[in-house]
Design a protein. Structure first.
Length: 587
């Protein structure tokens, strides 16, 4: 006997099943509402079984620098090409109850910091792991993680979400894939496999979907990590004083005929080359100093400054009596990081000793690919359409150890006698970190050290747009006399009325150290007034300490001025995140 599916869902709307006087607590009602929503979603799929096959996939992304958002866009485009409906949404824009009402969800997320969710996914994760999160039996899902195997918490955010969705009863559509820094190929393979399975599972036809009102996607640039644009380094200028403990430089890249267009807040990827002197020392140590092909490989394609986890494990096994093996045996990651600080691949080979160290053929597979380095752009296309500016600190630890890209730019690109006349670059868009669309909106920028970079671009952008919104910059470093970069430029912007407020914090100019968060607390009342007037707050710089201290200070300001406790302050800041009025570009 064949039963004809009903034309309307068997389960009525969620709210009608929970009377107002039902004897449930708020937590029980939230759980029950989500559970029923999940069943209702399943009922909707059953209802459509006899109709023309259609399905919609919700692509949810968590991103810090834009990669996950890019992959999410590719997923939506691929879904629509297969006759599926598709939308891409930041994770924080989705509540657990909305998630429970979805039928097919694809999650793409990067991992930030020490295994944490990226900034636009933290609120989602907090709600998802709570005791009141709804059951998700009506949901089919798959997760893609973007990360870096060089970190202990590789793709941890993706792993957490994948596990939690399963715990809440959702059905896995496809196994999770964790992508390393070269994510494009595995992400594309996962995308194809997941979308093909969706089509098969939902019985979707491959007819073209109805046109949407969304704006057309921008054409993909021909310049990327595989084919970077060879740009002339037009300007290389020292910003900090020669007497400074730091070396901060201003760079300008000529865009020439590249066709590259950028926005204030984007990042520029620089493709570095290893120091030929280090390459020579390494080859000499390995007894292969005359091998030109290997020299090219070590200079252009492999990471020889930072030892890989695979190399460390191999050397510990080969040389159990080495200093490295003794540190690893302690089992303390912070001790290992401290020991590795200032040591490169050659140092570790020497530590292992001549009898235990791998040969050249054994070593090469243990080295990671040499990666491009991303830097926040410090210019506006409205002021400098033909050039991209960067503000970069040259990393020099003394001795032979130096930052790969920063010293490549400082010492070996452009100019007389330089090894390279041009440098490979490509754009890394960051749509989440941009000047307010509303030119009247106030803007608060917190960026000590080279964290000032995007805010220099923001200020030039607002000046070129004739924006009337007020602009407040918190900036600082060690000493005013040696580390106040762009001082004259900022003074000019103040005189023109572009920069409304400038609070400075030079930590070592007095006995008691003063930081940008100190100035924020000092300006507590006015800072909160700006927030109440709709200010957008931006933070750029060090993620490990500064960004956390700044957020703690911001929460303190809110709690103090509102007088409603820490939970209220946390919710206030969460609202700023949800409305994209509190965003960070931290590293």
């Amino acid at each position: 006997m064949t039963l004809t599916p009903p034309t309307t869902p068997v389960i009525p709307p969620t709210g009608s099943l929970i009377p107002a006087d039902a004897p449930f607590s708020a937590q029980q009602e939230a759980w029950l509402a989500g559970f029923i929503a999940g069943i209702a979603a399943a009922g909707r799929r059953e209802t459509n079984a006899g109709d023309t096959p259609t399905a919609t996939v919700d692509v949810l992304f968590g991103t810090q620098t834009g990669n996950s958002e890019f992959v999410a866009g590719e997923l939506v485009a691929g879904a629509r090409a297969r006759g599926l409906g598709g939308t891409a949404t930041a994770l924080d824009a989705v509540t657990p109850e909305q998630l429970a009402a979805m039928s097919h969800v694809l999650v793409v997320t990067s991992t930030y910091g020490e295994g944490e969710l990226p900034d636009n996914a933290g609120l989602f994760w907090e709600a998802l792991q709570s005791d009141t999160a709804p059951r998700l039996e009506g949901l089919r899902y798959a997760v893609l993680g973007l990360g870096d195997r060089g970190y202990d918490d590789f793709c941890q955010a993706a792993k957490l979400i994948d596990t939690r969705l399963e715990q809440l009863g959702a059905g896995r559509l496809h196994e999770r894939v964790d992508c390393d820094v070269d994510f494009e190929d595995p992400a594309a393979e996962w995308t194809t496999a997941v979308l093909d399975r969706l089509v098969a599972e939902t019985g979707t036809t491959t007819a073209a979907p109805a046109p949407t009102a969304e704006a057309p996607r921008a054409p993909r640039s021909p310049w990327n990590k595989r084919t970077p644009y060879r740009s002339k380094l037009a300007v290389n200028r020292l910003l900090s004083s020669p007497a400074s403990a730091k070396e901060i430089r201003h760079y300008e890249f000529d865009l020439g005929d590249s066709g590259i267009t950028y926005e204030a807040g984007d990042a520029l990827a620089v493709v570095p080359l290893n120091d030929p002197a280090l390459v020579g020392e390494l080859l000499e140590h390995l007894g292969a100093s005359g091998d030109e092909e290997t020299a090219r490989l070590l200079r252009t394609e492999l990471e020889i400054r930072t030892p890989s986890k695979e190399l460390i494990a191999e050397l510990v096994e080969r040389a159990p009596s080495s200093e490295l093996a003794a540190v690893v045996a302690h089992g303390d990651r912070s001790d290992l990081d401290s020991w590795l600080w200032g040591r490169d691949v050659l140092d570790l080979l020497r530590d292992a000793g001549p009898t235990a160290a791998p040969t050249l053929p054994e070593l090469l597979p243990l080295l990671r690919p040499l990666q491009a380095r991303q830097y926040s752009i410090s210019s506006s296309p409205l002021a400098h359409p033909d050039r991209i500016h960067l503000t970069v600190a040259s990393v020099r630890y003394g001795g032979r150890y130096e930052g790969v890209a920063s010293t490549y730019l400082a010492d070996r690109v452009g100019g007389d006698g330089a090894e390279d006349a041009a440098v490979g670059i490509y754009l890394h868009p960051n749509a989440a970190f941009s000047v307010p669309a509303d030119d009247d909106a106030p803007m608060v920028m917190i960026g000590p050290g080279t964290g000032i970079a995007p805010f220099r671009g923001f200020l030039h952008e607002r000046a070129a747009r004739g924006a009337t919104g007020r602009n407040w910059l918190f900036f600082g470093d060690q000493h005013r006399a040696t580390d106040f970069v762009y001082e004259e430029e900022l003074a000019e912007l103040r005189e023109r009325g572009v920069l409304t407020e400038l609070d400075l914090a030079f930590s070592r100019d007095q006995a008691e150290k003063i930081y940008v968060q100190t100035r924020m607390r000092e300006q507590s009342r006015e800072l909160y007034a700006w927030l109440e007037e709709g200010a957008h707050v931006y933070v750029c710089g060090d993620a490990s300490r500064m960004a956390k201290d700044v957020e703690a200070a911001l929460l303190g300001v809110i709690a103090e001025q509102r007088g409603r406790g820490d939970d209220d302050a946390a919710e206030y800041l969460a609202d700023l995140r949800r409305t994209k009025r509190y965003v960070r570009d931290v590293y």
